[in-house]
Design a protein around this ligand. Structure first.
Ligand SMILES: Nc1ncnc2c1ncn2[C@@H]1O[C@H](COP(=O)(O)OP(=O)(O)OP(=O)(O)O)[C@@H](O)[C@H]1O
Ligand SMILES: [Mg+2]
Length: 246
């Protein structure tokens, strides 16, 4: 499978804190990579750098063979890399459907003060995404009324509207019950498979990692301490001690 995302010697410090410590990383098309690591290990920082939200002090990010270091998040989304956030970033006073419509016009660069959101979107595509993430029944609900699990799914659905080749999800199951975690992951993986989207997801729950990842990268102090199959990384004594706390 072809190389989709690559970083070379990616570094970033915040004062004395080394949040990214010379990270060399590769992701191939079709992978489902789980990123694990203790709080503050640098997982979100890595995502922020790759998606253009934060500039590294040094190093390179390549996406699909092109250097994208320093490009804006908008440019990076248009190249095919999207993300969801640790805390869902929704338009709280919009309905579920309107949020997806906004994402759709963002992809098509059509948004202006006079854009008619529903006319600017393909309603069949919208219905399909709503169906995929199980939110069709709630499409006219205001976001502020959604429980956390459905907010997470909507945040991801908004990313899917951008039709990314790579979707990076920062803790898609945080803040929900154990049972709900599994149903969110089932919905998510089905949607990603259908759209043939490669994915990275940050996850603290080992059961979820075992069940859904094809590969695991473990972060310690801003660096990738292990990167291999779930079986190998989760059985690594250093990772068990420093990351999993067992
Ligand atoms: N904008 C910032 N300014 C200063 N320090 C920051 C900033 N962003 C991150 N950090 C620090 O960099 C380190 C890595 O943070 P990061 O958010 O990447 O960790 P994380 O692995 O995502 O943690 P969590 O599991 O809690 O989400 C932490 O020590 C954090 O406090
Ligand atoms: Mg984080």
């Amino acid at each position: 499978m072809s190389l989709l995302l690559q970083t070379q010697a990616l570094s970033l410090s915040f004062g004395a804190i080394v949040a990214a410590d010379s990270i060399d990383f590769e992701l191939h098309e079709g992978e489902r990579l789980a990123v694990i690591g203790q709080n503050g290990a640098g997982k979100t920082t890595f995502i922020n750098i790759c998606t253009g939200l934060v500039r590294p002090d040094s190093g390179i990010v390549m996406f699909d063979g092109k250097a994208i270091t320093g490009k804006s998040p908008r440019e990076i989304v248009r190249l095919g890399m999207a993300r969801s956030f640790q805390i869902p970033q929704l338009f709280m006073d919009c309905t579920v459907r309107q949020c997806l419509e906004l994402s759709g016009v963002a992809r098509q660069k059509k948004l202006s003060l006079v854009t008619n959101l529903s006319m600017a979107n393909d309603s069949t595509e919208l219905d399909h995404i709503l169906e995929l993430v199980g939110l069709r029944d709630r499409q006219h609900e205001l976001c502020e009324n959604l429980p956390e699990g459905q907010r997470k799914l909507l945040d991801i659905a908004m990313s899917l509207m951008l039709r990314p080749r790579l979707l990076i999800m920062d803790e898609p199951t945080s803040g929900v019950s154990t049972e709900e975690k599994h149903s969110i992951m089932e919905i998510l993986m089905r949607a990603l498979d259908e759209q043939k989207t490669t994915s990275i997801f940050v996850e603290h729950d080992v059961d979820i990692v075992k069940q859904y990842a094809t590969r695991v990268a473990a972060w310690i102090s801003g660096a990738v301490a292990a990167d291999d199959s779930p079986e190998i990384v989760l059985a690594d004594p250093l990772i068990q001690k420093e990351v999993l706390g067992i």
